[in-house]
Design a protein around this ligand. Structure first.
Ligand SMILES: [Mg+2]
Length: 265
């Protein structure tokens, strides 16, 4: 899960100022954690506690009100009677990776990803985006190779994953829909030769940089069993104590459940 957080932090300066290249400054000034991090940690917290996603997204969202939520999510946070709002936005996909890191059964991962999405993003594309990312994480941490991942995710979700980042980049622009940003982020995670390259590719599309780097960073972490040590160390310094503690608790939980080795969070 630190891969998702690292992707969010690395992508954060480039959401408002998109770049179309991979050799941008990695963790320079202006890097901060955003909504993607806060809600990913809230998902991990829910999985370790009561499983009440709606309640925990509201608690975490209100604790970090300036993290950069979309207007519909902000209205949902403020509402006295919060209801799912039919969203197909990529918010469901950016917060879901802890499901794929913790749970081991495919059906359970798909079910839990849908549950985490449905409290806000109950449009079929919102649900699908969350399921695709969670399943990609599960399959990747099992050691599934890029080509098999591409085939499996295409067959299950109907995403066009046959494109390359270089083909997407020239005409790509900011798109917060699941259907217009999740497949592209997955392509970067599959195409990258290592964690850093996957995240650099995601930012270089010039789209919803923090969220797409968050998604690519999560799947890449699962593929390569972690985040490069120097990046891991530096992004933890950006997190407030409260969020970092939950990340550490979740990592301990994974070690307990899966043992050492390739499974990280
Ligand atoms: Mg964000």
């Amino acid at each position: 899960m630190i891969g998702a957080i690292a992707g969010d932090i690395i992508g954060s300066p480039y959401e408002a100022h998109p770049v179309k290249m991979t050799d941008f400054e990695l963790l320079g000034r202006g890097c901060r954690f955003t909504d993607d991090t806060v809600l990913t940690v809230a998902t991990a917290f829910s999985l370790m506690t009561d499983g009440d996603y709606a309640q925990n997204y509201r608690i975490f969202g209100r604790l970090y009100p300036l993290a950069g939520y979309g207007p519909l999510f902000r209205a949902w946070l403020a509402s006295d009677d919060p209801q799912p709002y039919g969203s197909w936005g990529n918010g469901s996909a950016m917060r879901v990776c802890p499901v794929g890191f913790l749970l081991d059964d495919e059906a359970e991962v798909l079910r839990e990803a849908a549950r985490s999405a449905a409290v806000t993003h109950d449009h079929p594309e919102g649900i699908k985006g969350a399921q695709a990312v969670a399943l990609a994480v599960l399959l990747a941490r099992r050691g599934t190779g890029a080509e098999d991942l591409r085939r499996e995710l295409t067959a299950r979700f109907g995403y066009d994953l046959a494109r390359t980042a270089a083909e997407i980049r020239p005409r790509y622009a900011f798109d917060i829909s699941c259907q217009g940003s999740v497949p592209e982020a997955l392509i970067c995670a599959l195409e990258g030769r290592d964690w850093e390259r996957a995240v650099r590719l995601a930012v270089s599309l010039g789209g919803d940089a923090d969220t797409q780097a968050c998604i690519a960073g999560a799947v890449a972490e699962a593929r390569w069993g972690g985040v490069p040590a120097d990046i891991d160390r530096r992004v933890r310094l950006v997190l407030p104590e409260h969020l970092l503690e939950i990340v550490c608790d979740f990592e301990a939980r994974l070690r307990e459940q899966h043992g050492g080795g390739k499974d990280t969070a």
